[in-house]
Ligand binder design. Structure first.
Ligand code: HPA
Length: 276
């Protein structure tokens, strides 16, 4: 029999803590093409996922598959960065997808920043825009909390009124204004993927109130909420969603947009984390 989610998170957390030998103030998950943020940290310790007990492997191009821990430049704020995450579409269970978040929780981390690449459903969005996630719609249609309940993980029926912290959203908007970076607030809708959407699906999503669409983040945010972590969510709009433009959507384009806005993104995230 495999061990419980709680025990697996404890085992991963213990291993990471021993490796990095420091307290982590903020955990960050980097989306497709956004890996460069991890390189900005000082005094880095790098832990490949394959060395961490019970962690899955990153199989997606643009996701390095390692945990990078270090100080935010010029500060003593210690940040643990996932350079690459696990997705449901890779075939992992949502227990596997969210184990890193559980492990951060077990390490005592209370502050979390989730980032991703997403398609712009809102017709006012342009490729390269950054979107602050105000809320989500879970059309992945499965909860990471499904299964036998373990009280040690949190409540059976956790409230989801404020998954993305209002305070962090205020901080993010202030930071963006100071940096003169356009940061729009909107609703992120998650799907299982890995195929992109049809134009009809995108029209449906707009009717449902979605501003951006992607294949990650929501399971992690739900688990973080259950564990009482405060969460910030930022989407990089890498492309207009299907049907809004003549061109087809592809992963190379998603990655390239990440590299193009990388500097802005790193600057903004750094400024926000300092204030979290
Ligand atoms: N759809 C879903 N996920 C995405 C997209 C998209 O258009 N772009 C980047 N991730």
């Amino acid at each position: 029999m495999t061990s419980s989610i709680f025990d697996r998170a404890q085992t991963s957390a213990r291993f990471i803590r021993e490796r990095i030998n420091a307290e982590v103030d903020v955990a960050v998950v980097l989306g497709s093409g956004l890996g460069a943020f991890a390189e900005t940290l000082e005094n880095k310790t790098i832990v490949p996922y394959e060395e961490i007990p019970d962690f899955a492997r990153s199989t997606v191009e643009g996701h390095s598959g390692r945990l990078v821990v270090g100080a935010l430049p010029g500060t003593s704020i210690n940040v643990a960065v996932m350079q690459g995450r696990f997705h449901y579409y890779e075939g992992y269970s949502l227990d596997e997808v969210t184990l890193p978040i559980r492990a951060f929780g077990a390490m005592g981390v209370k502050k979390l920043a989730l980032t991703n690449a997403a398609g712009g459903v809102n017709q006012g969005f342009r490729a390269g825009d950054l979107m602050l996630i105000s809320d989500h719609i879970n059309l992945m249609s499965i909860s990471p909390l499904r299964g036998k309940h373990d009280n040690r993980l949190g409540a059976r029926f956790p409230d989801m009124t404020e998954v993305y912290s209002k305070e962090y959203r205020r901080i993010a908007k202030e930071a963006a204004a100071e940096l003169n970076i356009r940061l729009i607030e909107g609703v992120y809708l998650s799907l299982q993927g890995p195929n992109y959407e049809t134009p009809a699906e995108i029209r449906m999503m707009r009717l449902l109130g979605a501003d951006a669409v992607g294949m990650s983040t929501v399971p992690e945010a739900i688990v973080a909420r259950q564990m009482g972590m405060k969460t910030l969510g930022i989407s990089l709009i890498t492309n207009a969603a299907a049907g809004l433009e003549e061109t087809e959507i592809n992963h190379a384009e998603v990655m390239e947009m990440g590299q193009r806005v990388s500097n802005q993104f790193c600057e903004l995230l750094t400024k926000i984390i300092v204030r979290m």
